[in-house]
Design a protein around this ligand. Structure first.
Ligand code: DQA
Length: 155
């Protein structure tokens, strides 16, 4: 695909325990490692003409810091907040600082699982949510965000 004339940067934030992908409950989260997912995202980003940056932390405050850091420099965010999805007012509040689209991604279908996972603190402030499509969910989210970047460039 033709590269975008302006450099567009998409951040991908992975929350707690996602650094253990591949080893962690593979029957729920799949066999792919976080490196596999990040590599696929960067390759897809190259193909779509956007720059993909990735970040993982097990710490809520570090995730809040990263969201604040990108508010004036980036053009889209994919976030899988892991277990903080269900608890974090702080991450929700930080996301409200952003003026670009945010896609919440979950590898598993959180609505098919324990009831405590059915509620997302993030869903009400995200542009949209993808849940249950495994690693493909990240790629689909990236395709959507790249499309939004093109729409901004061409309007
Ligand atoms: C998860 C779902 C959360 O409930 C869980 O705590 C995770 C991963 C997912 O990707 O399916 O850590 O966000």
């Amino acid at each position: 695909m033709e590269p975008l004339s302006e450099n567009k940067i998409i951040m991908v934030i992975h929350g707690p325990n996602l650094n253990m992908l591949g080893k962690r409950e593979p029957e729920v989260y799949g066999k792919a490692t976080l490196d596999d997912i990040n590599t696929a995202l960067k390759e897809t980003g190259n193909h779509l003409g956007v720059c993909v940056e990735t970040f993982q932390s097990n710490h809520e405050g570090a995730i809040v810091d990263k969201i604040q850091e990108i508010m004036n420099s980036h053009h889209g965010l994919i976030i899988n907040p892991g277990a903080y999805t269900h608890t974090s007012v702080a991450i929700r509040d930080a996301l409200l600082l952003l003026s670009f689209p945010v896609v919440e991604v979950h590898l598993s279908n959180i609505y098919k699982r324990e009831t405590f996972r059915h509620h997302s603190m993030i869903a009400g402030v995200a542009t949209g949510q993808i849940s249950g499509l495994g690693g493909d969910g990240y790629i689909l989210a990236l395709e959507y965000l790249a499309r939004q970047c093109r729409a901004v460039v061409h309007n």
